[in-house]
Design a protein around this ligand. Structure first.
Ligand code: C2E
Ligand code: CA
Ligand code: CA
Length: 668
């Protein structure tokens, strides 16, 4: 059986009891005073003054004090559970004491009245105790104590006096209060059950709200970086744009793309890539503020929404790029990334989410292809580029590759014998829609459009076919794009074309740039091995323009290095000469052939020969030309005759210069 005398231990119930008592106890005191005054009034003149006026004065003072105390007591919403509980205990104790005082006073004053007054006292006690039980319904301990303290002596008193009417009354009252206490305990049970279910409901509601908030957060958060995700970014972007339109304010949107992330991911593995991204997210989160939203859009791409003072956006954009260029340390490993960014400002760059985002992306594209690590603000110049880019895309989509593509050849010479060693095939595209497009532009566009394989195969097919038609044997160098070397399917088809043309694979050198290798290092290495197994050779092109070239030389299965033309052009600079000399030495040590590209003058040539270069290519000897012009050039310069090696160097140079003055691409 549960202990009806014990106070509750449940905080919610204690606080609810306190709240109810705070409302009802002042009424209880008012009732006491009123009832006592009525008895005092009927006994005034019969009973001694101290029992009427004296007692009432003290009673009114005490009850008044308690009424004020309860009315000003701390609210149930703010009071601590401990304080509320002490108040319940105190109230119970005080109820017991006051009950005892009242019954003593009532029975005392009962001595002085006549039959009517005595009836009043009996009624006063009954009415007051019933009133008290009602007012203390939420504190059953106090109600029971009062009932016991009052009805016990009351019953005893009237039994001892023996007046049958009063005995009957006292028994009646004792019975009624007993039943009332029983009812009170039941209703208090109902009250506690109600509070408990309310508490449970509240907890469930709070849990539901918490889960809802958590779900909303998850739906808006990128799990890896903890940054807002793409969906959230674009919904806020849309909102901010509407707001900017309504208020006539500016707004900037930026796209940030990590540099060198892919090779790091490929080299160190995806787990490392993920950790790196989450570190990037941590750094970016530190830059976010009220007017700066940073989000992960996907992969290694991040978005910036800027509603602050838009004038400061270029500086903020650059600061973010600089911050991400600071090396990361993960498990003691130092990893250097970089970041390039493109930014578009509303209303200058467009007035829809789509247009603004596209333009920030174009500014980024421009930045990536011109100066990595920087932040570009979209400008009209980009607009023109976009237009021509789109025109190239459209023309390439519908191009007839067989008829529109052609190949030019640039000779590669041996500087000691002045004999031609081979030719480099360089792709040319003349579109009937937009005219001639430079190879570096149509190659990147074809890569982006996914047409690179068709393009490479068309160019290579033409090149090996023309090579097979030449009346003498020359080696052919052919440029492969990043996509080609990583696509086994493309490599198989290239092999097929070599066989079809009946050319010995040993005569073919495939040229690859470092950027091509960096896209997917592992795949590129297996592509290189595939080509070399075939008997073909592989050259590292544009050497010296990448950022970790020396490491590649040792790690890659290469045959040849082609030193970027920026070195030949600036060969007068002492620092360049030092590098050129080191590179040729290194190639000799590693057993690699070494070709210097972009030789444009005799002065450059002489220095390069002095530095130890044995193979060269450049406008000084010949510009790229069509197969027919190449044939003429070779015959004119006497390069086809064996035994030319004995010719004096002066003759060599003269013959080369002769060719130089007569060959032009247009001559084809
Ligand atoms: P690359 O492989 O480094 O080719 C050499 C580029 O330098 C050629 O430009 C050539 O015309 C130019 N060049 C040669 N000698 C000199 C010189 O003395 N001075 C100067 N200033 N330039 C010289 P081109 O033909 O415009 O090709 C540009 C790039 O486009 C090539 O650079 C190559 O990376 C790419 N490319 C060309 N044809 C193809 C192709 O069929 N497939 C692929 N994937 N890429 C190609
Ligand atoms: Ca090349
Ligand atoms: Ca090159």
């Amino acid at each position: 059986m549960k202990d009806v005398f014990a106070f509750s231990q449940e905080p919610e119930i204690i606080l609810a009891q306190y709240a109810e008592l705070k409302r009802q106890v002042p009424l209880l005191y008012a009732l006491l005073v009123l009832n006592a005054c009525a008895v005092g009034y009927t006994h005034y003149g019969f009973a001694p003054g101290w029992t009427t006026l004296g007692f009432l004065g003290v009673l009114i003072a005490i009850c008044g004090w308690r009424i004020v105390a309860w009315l000003t007591a701390e609210k149930a919403e703010t009071i601590s559970v401990g304080a509320a509980r002490s108040q319940l205990v105190r109230t119970t104790a005080l109820a017991g004491i006051l009950g005892a005082v009242f019954i003593a006073w009532s029975l005392l004053i009962d001595q002085y009245g006549g039959p009517d007054e005595r009836g009043h006292v009996a009624l006063f006690i009954a009415a007051t105790v019933i009133g008290c039980i009602f007012c203390l319904v939420y504190l059953p301990q106090a109600a029971m104590l009062v009932t016991a303290v009052v009805t016990g002596p009351y019953l005893l008193y009237y039994l001892l006096r023996g007046d049958p009417v009063f005995v009957a009354m006292a028994l009646n009252i004792a019975l009624v209060t007993g039943v009332m206490v029983w009812v009170l305990l039941n209703s208090f049970d109902g009250f506690t059950a109600m509070i408990r279910s309310r508490t449970e409901l509240g907890a469930k509601q709070a849990e539901t709200e918490r889960l809802n908030a958590e779900n909303a957060l998850l739906a808006h958060t990128d799990v890896l970086t903890g940054l807002p995700n793409r969906r959230y970014f674009f919904s806020r972007f849309e909102e901010a744009l509407q707001n900017a339109k309504a208020t006539g304010s500016q707004l900037a949107v930026g796209v940030f793309d990590l540099d060198h992330f892919k090779p790091v991911n490929d080299t160190y593995g995806h787990a490392m890539g993920d950790r790196l991204l989450s570190e990037v997210g941590r750094r970016l989160a530190g830059m976010a503020s009220d007017g700066v939203l940073l989000a992960r859009l996907g992969g290694d791409e991040f978005g910036l929404l800027f509603t602050d003072d838009v004038g400061s956006i270029p500086a903020t954009g650059q600061a973010i790029c600089d911050m991400l260029a600071v090396p990361f340390f993960i498990d003691g490993q130092r990893v250097a990334l970089g970041c390039s960014a493109g930014i578009a400002v509303y209303p200058e760059a467009g007035d829809s989410v789509h247009e603004l985002f596209d333009r920030s992306d174009y500014a980024l594209y421009h930045m990536k292809s011109t100066k990595r690590g920087g932040c570009a603000l979209f400008s009209l110049e980009h607009e023109t580029l976009i237009r021509s880019e789109r025109a190239i895309e459209a023309a390439l989509q519908s191009a007839d590759l067989e008829t529109e593509l052609s190949v030019c050849y640039q000779p590669i010479l041996c500087l000691q014998t002045s004999r031609i060693l081979g030719i480099e095939a360089l792709g040319r595209w003349t579109s009937p829609m937009i005219g001639a497009v430079p190879p570096d532009r149509f190659i990147t566009t074809a890569e982006r459009l996914g047409r690179i394989q068709a393009l490479t195969l068309a160019l290579f097919g033409k090149a090996v076919h023309e090579l097979a038609q030449l009346p003498f044997e020359l080696d052919l160098s052919f440029n492969l794009s990043a996509h080609d070397i990583c696509a086994p399917d493309t490599l198989d088809k290239l092999t097929g074309l070599i066989r079809q043309a009946g050319v010995n694979p040993r005569r073919i050198t495939f040229e690859l740039t470092e950027t091509a290798l960096m896209r997917d290092f592992e795949a590129a290495v297996s592509g290189i091995e595939h080509l070399r197994q075939l008997g073909a050779r592989v050259a590292l092109d544009d050497f010296g323009t990448g950022y970790s070239s020396l490491g590649y030389l040792r790690r890659l299965p290469l045959d040849k290095v082609k030193v970027d033309r920026s070195f030949a052009i600036n060969v007068e600079e002492a620092s360049n000469r030092t590098i050129l000399s080191a590179v040729v030495g290194l190639c000799r040590t590693l057993g690699l052939e070494c070709v210097i590209e972009g030789v444009e003058s005799e002065a450059q040539l002489n220095i390069l020969i002095a530095l130890g270069y044995q193979q060269a290519q450049g406008y000084y000897f010949a510009k790229p030309m069509k197969a027919g012009a190449l044939l003429e050039w070779i015959q004119q310069a006497g390069h086809d005759r064996a035994g030319n090696a004995e010719a004096a160097r002066a003759t060599r140079i003269r013959s080369i210069k002769l060719a130089h003055s007569s060959n032009e691409e247009s001559a084809a």
